[in-house]
Ligand binder design. Sequence first.
Ligand code: HEC
Length: 153
Amino acid sequence: MKINLALLLKISLVFSLFLAYSCSGNDKNKEQDPAAVNEEAIKDEENKTASNFPKGEQIYVAKCEVCHQKNGEGISGSFPPLAKSDFLLNDKSKALSAILNGLDGEITVNGEKYNTLMPAFEFTDEESTDIMNYILDTWGNNGGKVDVVNGKL
Ligand code: HEC
């Protein structure tokens, strides 16, 4: 009888240890799930901001990023920045003209002189609208919106 009681105590001790272990395991799993969900939410949020103008972004990545860089900061001395560019933000029609007709000769962007060559691009009015809105809206630029199709710059 005594021995059985001791055995019973041992078994219940082992059992409660097992319970404690599996409960803490459950807690861990519970903690992990919302974290995984949060990560997804953050990713979605990033994708959303990156694609305010997804068509414009596609054009930028394909045709502009090579010179003006992903972060829009260009390469000092060679390719002027579009991020916070006073040239772009002060005169949208001049900026659009640079894109459609190309640009050479000396220009000053954010106090730095450039005298290199920007190639001309053949864009439809829709594409011009998309690329302009993308560069006006990205990298903290707060340049408003254009509608080249309806002649609004
Ligand atoms: C081959 C390199 C190259 C590519 C590709 C290129 N640019 Fe440029 N871009 C330049 C250079 C160089 C200048 C400055 C030209 C000068 O010195 O007169 C410039 C100037 C500009 C300017 C006016 C100055 C400024 O920084 O605000 C804008 C706006 C601009 N580019 C937008 C674009 C857009 C939009 C695209 C893609 C459709 C593009 N560029 C593709 C090289 C490039």
